[in-house]
Design a protein around this ligand. Structure first.
Ligand SMILES: [Zn+2]
Length: 272
């Protein structure tokens, strides 16, 4: 039930036919997990909090670095040196004290991922670690939870929404991580500061659409944004009938297989 304070805060949502009181109540009841409070996680978590998502979890085990501030807008200069998960929690609670914020200051691993994801309805992946992407994908397939993924590189971004049984999973698109050294991380390649702002905001939009049941999610559609040319393009993607994860019964996926690839550790880049 919405309180009078909720009705005032979310009044611009309430007048939207696609959201309204029923949609805002769904947002209030929703639980969304944001993996990585970095360039993508900053705008997505801020907009989810502003939008009234009732419970937001943030996973990050890093501290704020001065070089993060060029794009990680959830932090300010005084946050430098403090843990990201707790700094993000304070900022989000200052924005919206009417919601629950959970700071998970842990590293996501095969032995804690299912337990962490279980408490949430939707997962947003904002890391640039390939290992984490596969781990998040596999856990979401097993738990049948939607995963909204985004990635950034220099001036280009991509986003897609994976909903088990409704479309392809991350491994259907990317069956194996690229070879070591082929994809440099943000620190090596550079990234336009505003780019994760665009892509993280798209992730938040997708989560809100899934929660209120409005519009067409990016299921089976890889959205590509190129900032220099100011173009959005879309690639249609099909489910891979041979996918090692989503083509089999989730109960047959062993814990030891989740997120695992040869040279798994070699692909872990620093979080962007
Ligand atoms: Zn798949």
């Amino acid at each position: 039930m919405l309180t009078p304070a909720d009705r005032e805060r979310y009044s611009r949502h309430l007048v939207l036919r696609e959201i309204g009181v029923a949609g805002q109540e769904k947002l209030k009841a929703a639980r969304v997990l944001v993996i990585g409070a970095g360039g993508l996680g900053s705008p997505s978590a801020l907009y989810l909090a502003a939008s009234g998502v009732g419970t937001i979890g943030v996973i990050d085990c890093d501290n704020v670095d001065m070089s993060n501030l060029q794009r990680q807008v959830i932090y300010d200069t005084a946050s430098v040196g403090t843990p990201k998960a707790t700094a993000a929690r304070h900022r989000l609670l200052a924005l919206n004290p009417q919601i629950e914020l959970v700071a998970h200051q842990v590293e996501l691993r095969a032995d804690n991922v299912l337990q962490l994801f279980e408490g949430y309805d939707i997962v947003l992946d904002g890391t640039d670690r390939f290992g984490t992407r596969y781990l998040a994908n596999d856990a979401c397939v097993i738990l049948r939870k939607p995963l909204v993924s985004a990635a950034i590189h220099r001036f280009e971004g991509q986003a897609m929404t994976y909903v088990p049984e409704r479309g392809p999973c991350y491994r259907c698109l990317f069956p194996a991580p690229p070879g070591e050294g082929l994809v440099p991380n943000c620190a090596e390649a550079g990234v336009l500061g505003v780019l994760p702002g665009v892509m993280g905001t798209i992730q938040a939009t997708e989560a809100i659409k899934l929660i209120v049941g409005a519009g067409e999610p990016l299921i089976g559609r890889l959205l590509l944004y190129e900032a220099l040319g100011a173009t959005f393009t879309e690639l249609k993607v099909r489910r891979d009938p041979e996918c090692p994860i989503c083509s089999i019964d989730p109960s047959e996926i062993k814990d030891s297989e989740m997120g695992v690839f040869p040279d798994y550790e070699a692909f872990c880049a620093a979080a962007g």
